[in-house]
Design a protein around this ligand. Structure first.
Ligand SMILES: [Zn+2]
Length: 134
């Protein structure tokens, strides 16, 4: 059974969307720590989800599937249209890598928070504090 084009674009919209649940969760966490941030840096490579202009630091929340994380969720390529998804995710990974490099060339540091990390919110909290304070 092939996924219909419509179904596929539905999935894409869902995974590419701004203000996703994981993103909101991280925003809430950072806010509760007392940091003030800006959202969706369209002027920066890779358009990081959250950024701190003065510190030149950016945080992106990555969906494990969409960005090809090497975890259980990220490794699960759909059994239909496998080549399509492999290609798509491969391109996303390349784009992420490029954005990361461009940002660091501009003097920015980036923290990637994978969706699966959010199961350990305390750990993410420490990771964020470390990132922003060092
Ligand atoms: Zn993951």
């Amino acid at each position: 059974v092939k996924e219909s084009k419509e179904k596929r674009s539905q999935i894409m919209r869902a995974v590419k969307g701004k203000d996703t649940a994981p993103e909101l969760k991280v925003r809430k966490l950072i806010h509760s720590l007392g940091y003030r941030y800006r959202l969706h840096a369209s002027h920066l490579p890779g358009k990081p989800d959250i950024y701190f202009s003065q510190k030149k630091k950016a945080i992106s929340i990555h969906g494990c599937f969409w960005h090809g994380h090497s975890c259980k969720r990220g490794d699960r390529i759909p059994s239909t249209n496998t080549e399509y998804w492999k290609d798509k995710i491969g391109k996303n990974k390349l784009r992420d890598k490029k954005a990361f490099k461009l940002l660091s060339e501009k003097g920015w540091s980036t923290l990637i928070i994978w969706e699966c990390y959010l199961k350990e919110i305390e750990w993410v909290k420490h990771k964020v504090i470390n990132f922003l304070e060092n």
